[in-house]
Write a protein that binds this ligand. Sequence first.
Ligand code: OGA
Ligand code: NI
Length: 340
Amino acid sequence: MELLSNQPMYQTVPEKYIFPPEKRVVKDIILHSVNLPVIDLRGGRVDAEGWDEIIGEIMKAGKEFGFFQVINHGIPEKTINDMLKVCDEFFKMPAEEKAQYYSDDLSKPFLLNSSTTYDKSETRYWRDYLRLVCYPIEEVIDAWPEKPENFRAVLSEYTLQVRELSSKLLKLIAEGLGLDKNYFGGDLSKGKTQMNINHYPPCPDPSLTMGLLPHCDRHLITLLAQGTVSGLQARYKEGWINVEPIPNAFVINFGHQLEIITNGMLKSVEHRAVTNSAVARTSIATLIMPKTDCLIAPAKELVNENNPPKYKEFTFSDFLKAYDAASASREDVLEFFKLN
Ligand code: OGA
Ligand code: NI
């Protein structure tokens, strides 16, 4: 088991974590003057007054950035802080305690690993992570660790709250698209919910390493809690935007499925995680997924003669297979499903 979180603090970066110059961050433009929109959900009450304005903000942010942050979303501060804390505690546990969860078998409902797993020949990311299924809770809770002591209880509560927020957001997005507000409420969002709990220890030389290489998320929508340490960057025009941490906010971004369903109106945007030399960073990405046999295609309501469908129909499991087969060129995966 090779985990960064079990190493004594490195003084220099070991060879296997050093990316070739063309993949390093130092060559890139960081757009310091551009910030992601921050949308105030006013306590998260979807039935409240003034929602048209909020829907408008979401659509504007979605079309321009594919990313936005939400505050005042209705999830208690304590739920988020408890979750971040218990995840940190997990990574701080001794190696012997964590070893039982270490696995390369992606079909497991709870596993611990250190990137990259899909191609061992590549340079490794400066990241340890937990990859787990968090919903339906009763089907997976037995696979979750019993230590730290309150891990299961905290993760259950967090899961319920984040799923509820995801439903609210999907309703607002559906309305913004002019679809029935429950358009995403069925099989499109009722697959297993997955979580990536990412842990990026301090790195002696962030110019040589990457926490996560640029990628798009492949499912429907992602809700990310990133604590107080920055590291997430989203692609924007010719450069990258730093997604500045806002206490208790969630960073929301669209996955490939939402891009396809909206026939490209809402984009799944590339993002990555950079490392820093000062402090460990923990982020929790909750991934809302379609059921595996769910049919995905551009929504009929959103296509017409002037805007013909850009993608063919497929099942979500077909998509996942194509994604895995694409391996190193995963970001080209949308090409498989394009109609010409
Ligand atoms: C992810 C992801 C970003 C981060 O897990 O897919 O993009 O900030 N994480 O850790
Ligand atoms: Ni991602």
